[in-house]
Design a protein around this ligand. Structure first.
Ligand code: NCD
Ligand code: ZN
Length: 377
């Protein structure tokens, strides 16, 4: 049994308000605890989006009633709210800016809309960018010009991780996160040798008929070369984040599948298995240590998002327990996982949150409402 600090996931789509058939503050925080995550930071692309005082209170009120682990709530940058957000910064996890299209309505595609947010939002509070490829380069340039920190969400490409590395070397205040699905899955067509390719085939096959809706995710799954570049630049990655983005199995298998994967309950076992064996099927040896995992899932997110130390918060993990990932055993409401059937090592046995056993042997013990807003501690 190993004891680790409670994990922090800085990128979770809770879906409440507005889409609670996919997930809500109760089911998302149960999934978090089952995955060894004791703090989640919730994204603002809900319905309505979280973009002012009223909508922030809507999310925080629901969280206060239902959350079973600790949490923060991001604000969303819109075309006309750059003046109202700074006053809310103290109550929020930070500001999320969608610079590329994805699920939801928050995209800002004109750079004149980015500027007031970079100018107004307090430099002491984090700005997180959904930005891919050249948009990410533009986001880093904004960080340099306005001399303020930015955090790049879900890095997936070789060109992205290499540019972030170069930007850090120049002293630009940029940090980044990578999701397990971009470390373990690729979009490459099936080939006999590539481990990642084999996995993509499995992902297609678990869907019904010809549907590949389950593969849909933003950023898209990338190539084997991209995946390898992420592993090879592990020291450039500041945080692991799930981008837990639940959509129901019916929605994923429909003609118009929304992008997004659930991830809260698979983060830790996937990473622990990689600590033990190296990345699945890539035969790259051990590129990840337990110390890296603690650094990227606890210490760095705590620093980047200015989260409080949490005494009396830890998880106990049976690192030798081997099992198959199964959606049927998960607490997320979405009913599927892209890692169905994967054999992993490492089971969360117990989660202690602020001195109370919140999860033990498959059972959620923390009550709804036990979770605290990390901005109020
Ligand atoms: C996210 C969602 O469903 O809210 N989808 C996704 O593919 N990651 C939105 C996002 O984070 O881009
Ligand atoms: Zn997301």
């Amino acid at each position: 049994m190993i004891k680790l600090p409670g994990l922090i996931d800085p990128h979770v789509h809770v879906r409440e308000p507005g889409q609670t058939h996919k997930e809500d503050w109760d089911s998302a925080t149960q999934a978090a605890l089952a995955g060894g995550v004791t703090t989640i930071l919730a994204m603002p692309n809900t319905q309505p989006p979280i973009f002012d005082k009223t909508t922030l209170n809507l999310a925080l009120d629901a969280a206060k009633q239902k959350a079973r682990c600790d949490y923060g709530q991001f604000l969303g940058a819109g075309p006309d709210n750059a003046n109202v957000l700074p006053a809310l910064a103290d109550k929020a996890a930070g500001l999320k800016m969608y610079l590329d299209s994805t699920f939801g309505e928050l995209r800002l595609d004109d750079m004149t809309l980015w500027m007031p947010h970079f100018i107004n939002f307090p430099k002491s509070a984090p700005i997180v960018l959904h930005s891919e490829s050249r948009t990410m380069a533009a986001g880093i340039l904004f960080a340099a010009i306005y001399d303020r920190p930015v955090h790049i969400a879900h890095v997936s490409l070789k060109e992205e991780i290499l540019l972030i590395k170069a930007a850090k070397e120049k002293g630009i205040k940029v940090t980044c996160e990578v999701c397990p699905h971009h470390l373990f899955l690729t979009a490459e067509s099936p080939s006999p040798s590539g481990g990642g390719a084999r996995r993509r085939t499995e992902l297609v096959e678990v869907g019904e008929g010809e549907s590949s809706g389950r593969c849909e995710v933003r950023p898209r799954l990338a190539t084997q070369e991209d995946v390898e570049a992420l592993w090879q630049n592990m020291d450039v990655i500041d945080c692991f984040a799930t981008d837990h983005a639940p959509h129901t199995i019916e929605e994923k298998d429909s003609d118009n599948p929304p992008p997004g994967f659930p991830g809260l309950e698979t983060l830790l076992p996937l990473l622990l298995t990689a600590v033990d064996d190296g990345p699945f099927g890539t035969a790259q040896g051990r590129l990840l240590t337990i110390d890296d995992l603690i650094q990227k899932s606890v210490i760095n997110p705590r620093r980047i998002f200015h989260l409080p130390e949490q005494p009396e918060t830890w998880i106990e993990v049976d690192e030798s327990a081997e099992y198959e990932i199964k959606a049927a055993n998960q607490f997320t409401r979405c009913g599927w996982t892209p890692f169905e059937g994967w054999k992993v090592k490492g089971r969360v046995r117990r989660v202690v949150l602020r001195g109370k056993t919140a999860f033990e042997d498959g059972k959620i013990l923390a009550e709804a409402g036990f979770g605290k807003n990390i901005r109020k501690v």
